[in-house]
Design a binder for this molecule. Structure first.
Ligand SMILES: Nc1ncnc2c1ncn2[C@@H]1O[C@H](COP(=O)(O)OP(=O)(O)OP(=O)(O)O)[C@@H](O)[C@H]1O
Ligand SMILES: [Mg+2]
Length: 287
């Protein structure tokens, strides 16, 4: 394994569940060590399908995936240990304790018996979940369950972590706790992260690089600030009778000047990735 090569490289990845329509329609990208990437897109855009192909849960209809230069299809056993996965739906055994769930994972990933206990407690502590070790998962809140699923994905010390909608359905306070936890993983362990989300704020806050996916295609790939710079920094929202019109300006002052001249109710706000998406796809991410 060459540590200098891309952690992950995907080329021309496509998935057709049905003959006439591709759920993922030929996506290509490469991630280097420690990168924090967001895959942002609306419901049904192809985020989960992309993650499932990258983690070996489903077979691509075409395209290639390499981890550290090695073909994922031909060397799936070798590459499995490099990958950690947090699926969209929590898949813990609710009748078992946190420790027992982690132990099962440790066995599956070949962590030697004499190292298991120490590794599990090291990661419980890292995640702030030590007190939950011997409690049944079914007694946990949604946020604690999510943290446990993330912890479990780290146990075999993967080089790349896939998080599919890690905070969906969680309240804003818990969402922030999960964000801090994911940032800590990226910073302290230099783990490469690919996170899918349809929350604009999540992508903007966490990701140094965002790939926006729509209808199975990556329509733009870059750092959030540069992507937003491309359309201006401030938006004037004009509330007309039957629609909201948006005008883009480079400075707040320019936008405020236009606001003064308008005969309709208006609001000035900062540009978001939603505006980038709207400009490219002609619709909103969250409707
Ligand atoms: N097993 C399947 N069989 C057939 N079609 C599927 C299957 N899984 C997903 N699809 C379809 O593929 C497309 C992409 O789905 P996918 O789950 O990858 O989207 P997503 O971006 O993860 O959406 P969400 O934000 O709702 O999780 C959708 O049109 C979906 O209906
Ligand atoms: Mg999904």
């Amino acid at each position: 394994m060459n540590d200098n090569s891309d952690v992950l490289k995907a080329a021309g990845l496509r998935k057709n569940y049905r003959k006439d329509k591709a759920a993922v329609d030929g996506v290509s990208f490469a991630f280097s060590r420690g990168e924090f990437v967001g895959l942002l897109g609306p419901n049904g855009a192809g985020k989960t399908t992309t993650i499932k192909m990258l983690t070996g849960l489903i077979k691509p209809s075409s395209g290639v995936i390499h981890y550290y230069g090695r073909d994922f299809h031909n060397e799936s056993q070798m590459t499995k240990g490099l990958i950690g996965v947090v699926p969209q739906q929590n898949n813990l055994d609710r009748d078992l304790t946190a420790y027992e769930n982690l132990c099962l994972h440790a066995i599956l990933y070949g962590i030697p018996k004499d190292a298991r206990r120490e590794r599990i407690y090291e990661y419980l502590e890292f995640s702030g979940l030590t007190d939950y070790a011997n409690r049944q998962v079914k007694t946990f809140s949604g946020g604690t369950m999510r943290r446990l699923v993330i912890l479990r994905a780290l146990l075999h010390e993967p080089k790349i972590l896939f998080l599919d909608e890690p905070t969906v359905g969680l309240d804003p306070h818990i969402r922030r706790i999960i964000w801090d936890f994911i940032i800590k993983i990226n910073r302290t362990k230099n783990t490469t992260i690919l996170l899918t989300t349809h929350y604009i704020e999540e992508a903007e806050r966490l990701c140094k690089r965002v790939m926006i996916i729509n209808d199975g295609r990556i329509i733009v790939d870059g750092d959030p600030e540069t992507l937003k710079d491309g359309i201006g920094h401030f938006v004037l929202e004009v509330y007309k009778d039957d629609k909201i019109e948006e005008e883009f300006f480079n400075t707040r002052d320019e936008a405020l000047l236009a606001l003064k001249d308008s005969t309709y109710p208006c609001k000035v706000r900062a540009v978001t990735l939603e505006d980038v998406f709207l400009g490219l796809a002609g619709r909103r991410i969250n409707v």
